[in-house]
Design a protein around this ligand. Structure first.
Ligand SMILES: Nc1nc2c(ncn2[C@@H]2O[C@H](COP(=O)(O)OP(=O)(O)OP(=O)(O)O)[C@@H](O)[C@H]2O)c(=O)[nH]1
Ligand SMILES: [Mg+2]
Length: 220
């Protein structure tokens, strides 16, 4: 099965409701696999795996072009408007084991909105959730994905200005995950070049981890 001319990366999105998790999945896959829209109640209620087609022009290895395939697991939010914490945890755990139990997870994408401040309670709950779900090494495999970068930018916060003005809670979280973060404008990432930039950043984090994966052998 392993094809040296091709690499597959396994990703999963996590985070609060309406942060843009499903939109992130769609952006990375270059598709509209996941239902994503504005809603006063949580849209995603089940986990779903999306697979991209072969993406070229992103990786070169020893002078050769290597194809990239992206697999993204879309998940229901925590907290959720209709599911309890136990329901979300159970459904996400079994999906992670089902889809990535053998191959492992390269990166967990913790999705936050760049246009909303992160408060301490919210951050603590999220950290606890990630820890419970992914185990003690969760920080090594977590990337903070800041969506709605377009809105932050409209308000005069480019990436640098944003980080200068960010709450100490967000800065602590970024430091906890060893400054693995990406700003993303999901509206724009339908553009091929934008998607390539984000994928290259994620591949950089995977390389930093020496291509290690998070193994998800959950004992119930
Ligand atoms: N302007 C802007 N809107 C975005 C961005 N990302 C997502 N959205 C919008 O945010 C809304 C919610 O997006 P979803 O992808 O459904 O968010 P979600 O986190 O999957 O939501 P739930 O499944 O309900 O938890 C949609 O209307 C998206 O178009 C972004 O980067 N910029
Ligand atoms: Mg969703």
């Amino acid at each position: 099965m392993a094809d040296s001319s091709e690499m597959t990366i396994n990703l999963a999105v996590f985070g609060r409701t309406q942060t843009g998790k499903s939109a992130v999945g769609n952006s990375l896959l270059g598709s509209l696999d996941f239902e994503s829209h504005c809603s006063p109640s949580s849209v995603t209620t089940q986990c779903r795996l999306g697979r991209s087609c072969r993406i070229s022009g992103i990786i070169r290895s020893k002078g050769h072009e290597q194809g990239l395939r992206v697999q993204v697991l879309d998940t229901p939010a925590y907290p959720h408007t209709s599911l309890s914490k136990e329901q979300v945890t159970d459904t996400v755990r079994s999906a992670l084991a089902h889809y990535f139990g053998k191959e492992g997870l390269h990166l967990a994408l913790l999705v936050l909105r760049a246009d909303l401040p992160l408060c301490l309670d919210e951050s603590n709950h999220t950290i606890q959730f990630m820890q419970e779900l992914l185990g003690p090494t969760w920080k090594d495999f977590t990337v903070v994905l800041l969506t709605h970068a377009d809105k932050a930018e409209e308000a005069g916060f480019g990436e640098e200005a944003y980080l200068h003005s960010a709450s100490s809670t967000l800065l602590s979280l970024l430091s906890l995950v060893q400054h693995k973060y990406v700003f993303l404008n999901n509206q724009k990432s339908i553009i091929k070049e934008e998607r390539a930039i984000v994928l290259r950043k994620l591949l950089g984090f995977i390389r930093q981890n020496n291509y290690q994966v998070l193994l998800l052998n959950h004992k119930e």
